[in-house]
Design a protein around this ligand. Structure first.
Ligand SMILES: [Fe+2]
Length: 190
């Protein structure tokens, strides 16, 4: 699967330093999201994905903060754009763009994660994996803009995300590790 990472700027957007980080980061909703993440990820708790998802809900409720070049799809596969990587490696925020028909494999994750729908109507197949190797389909649903979900590290609840609609879909993903070099390494493909 092609992973086309697009990284905006070289680090955390700073409101006092437009020239170093780019005005595209100056959206207040995205800044507020990063501020919330910085506080949350230092907490030692097992439900980080779930509580970060509540912050994602606020972010994807806001429209049109994502720069146009981060809405660009891939040709042969869904495309990841790295929006922001925490300098301390605690988390990475990505926009994932899906053309009609594009899909992930069935997969789990190497870290906790929170996901929200920014645009379009992507679909999800939910699986169960009791033996750590074999995925059994247990549900399918279509998502709407503003909808959020969360995942834990591991393969106990694998899933497949795909775009079964006729329009581009965009989802915002935050994962609890540094994915700057290899965003695809978040997935454990079954
Ligand atoms: Fe996933």
């Amino acid at each position: 699967m092609a992973t086309s990472a697009h990284r905006i700027g070289g680090g955390r957007p700073l409101s006092m330093d437009l020239s170093a980080h780019g005005a595209r980061f100056m959206d207040p909703a995205f800044e507020a999201y990063l501020d919330a993440l910085d506080t949350l990820v230092d907490q030692d708790r097992d439900d980080l994905g779930e509580i970060v998802a509540e912050e994602v809900r606020k972010l994807v409720r806001c429209c049109d903060w994502l720069p146009e070049d981060c809405c660009e799809p891939g040709v042969d596969s869904y495309r990841r754009h790295v929006l922001y990587a925490d300098p301390r490696g605690r988390y990475t925020v990505l926009a994932v763009v899906w053309r009609p028909g594009q899909t992930t494999p069935v997969h789990g994750h190497t870290a906790w994660g929170a996901v929200g729908v920014y645009r379009g109507t992507p679909s999800v197949e939910a699986y169960r994996c009791d033996d750590g190797a074999t995925a059994e389909l247990c549900g399918e649903f279509c998502c709407c803009p503003g909808q959020v979900s969360h995942v834990s590290a591991g393969v106990e609840a694998p899933h497949r995300i795909f775009n079964d609609s006729d329009d581009i879909a965009i989802t915002i993903h935050t994962y609890g590790r540094d994915l700057t070099e290899d965003p695809a390494s978040i997935n454990i493909v079954l």
